[in-house]
Design a protein around this ligand. Structure first.
Ligand SMILES: *[C@@H]1O[C@H](CO)[C@@H](O)[C@H](O)[C@H]1NC(C)=O
Length: 340
């Protein structure tokens, strides 16, 4: 909603995506995923078994230091405004007492039966935790498990969600964006309220506030997707199949990396790295290098009051809120414009 049509056109990023979609310039794309490189390609260390991630301060493996510095130099040069943006998943988790609330945008005329809905919830819980795990214990990050809840199902008809128990599963939303695509009410969306008091018009934000959206579309190629602080957009059937399969849901994991503010690497890559999930098509899992990129973001944008060793912080507000309350907008300066 925040990206004017003219900006989108100039960026040339959006082909079949609607131009009013809330996309991050430079982060999102609908590029087809390349086939993984040949058999001879080295396999990078998985993040979830990487010994270096036991480090609790900025101390990446020597083989990655220069590359991480190069990535960060690129961020500073190309996306300085994004350090102040205040809507990335780090911020979302802090703003919601250590949890993530999702809206599922069901961009399809197919039926989402109870089993499908359960698979989506399970997939979101399992796959999003793969990223959240990488911050555990690092530099003041205050959480271990990050519970995921679906609070809304947006679709063209409630009949597409047979037997939906709105108390247990999340409420049906008939709301649509300007392009007619189902979404949950922006009054309750974190993305739409980064620059103002939190959710002043949201009815019962404690129940209805959503951190971001999983936008499941039928009109995308199988490998296409988009991601940003608004959530992730992926191909519906492929994503549900990957969620059901368990393992690593590659496209979701890549797009979630964008929600953690990490870039694509289509036009350049750090010299020493060959495979990592944010370099599309080169890895089906989150690697040690991906994890240190996320940690680099966190140490640069974390709130000062969260301790740790690094210098931080440009992230306003954001200290973990007291238990129980609805998210409040305290401490969020109006200057946190997204500049778009
Ligand atoms: C819906 O879920 C709630 C909470 O789990 C439960 O108490 C209630 O019985 C459910 N309703 C139906 C109709 O299954």
């Amino acid at each position: 909603m925040r990206l004017p049509t003219t900006t989108a056109a100039i960026l040339g990023l959006l082909t079949t995506l609607s131009t009013s979609s809330p996309l991050e310039p430079g982060l999102n794309d609908l590029s087809r995923r390349q086939a993984p490189k040949g058999k001879g390609a080295p396999r990078a260390q998985r993040a979830d078994t990487a010994v270096s991630l036991k480090e609790t301060t900025w101390n990446p493996p020597a083989s990655m230091k220069q590359d991480l510095d190069d990535v960060w130099a690129w961020v500073i040069k190309r996306r300085p405004q994004d350090l102040k943006r205040g809507g990335w998943v780090y911020n979302q988790i802090l703003d919601n007492n250590g949890a993530l609330n999702y809206c599922v945008r069901w961009h399809s005329s197919a039926t989402a039966d109870a089993a499908t809905r359960a698979a989506i919830l399970k997939g979101l819980q399992v796959q999003s935790q793969k990223w959240a795990d990488l911050l555990v214990g690092f530099d003041g990050w205050p959480y271990t498990k990050v519970p995921v809840k679906i609070v809304g199902w947006a679709g063209t008809s409630q009949a597409l969600f047979p037997g939906l128990n709105e108390t247990a599963e999340g409420k049906y939303s008939a709301y649509k964006d300007q392009e007619g695509v189902p979404q949950c009410n922006p009054d309750c969306g974190h993305f739409f309220h980064m620059n103002s008091e939190f959710f002043p018009k949201c009815q019962n934000p404690k129940e209805n506030m959503y951190s971001m959206s999983l936008w499941l579309s039928d009109n995308l190629g199988g490998g296409a997707g988009g991601g940003g602080d608004w959530g992730q957009r992926t191909y519906r059937t492929a994503t549900i199949a990957q969620f059901k399969a368990g393992g690593d849901a590659m496209i979701y994991l890549h797009e979630m990396g964008h929600s953690y503010a990490i870039d694509d690497f289509y036009d350049w890559k750090p010299k020493g790295q060959t495979n990592f999930i944010m370099m599309a098509g080169s890895s089906s899992y989150i690697t040690e290098f991906d994890a240190w990129m996320a940690r680099d973001w966190w140490r640069h944008i974390k709130p000062k009051n969260l301790g740790g060793s690094s210098s931080g912080s440009t992230m306003a507000g954001g200290a973990p809120k007291g238990a129980g309350g609805a998210p409040k907008g305290a401490g969020r300066p109006a200057a946190m414009s997204n500049g778009q």
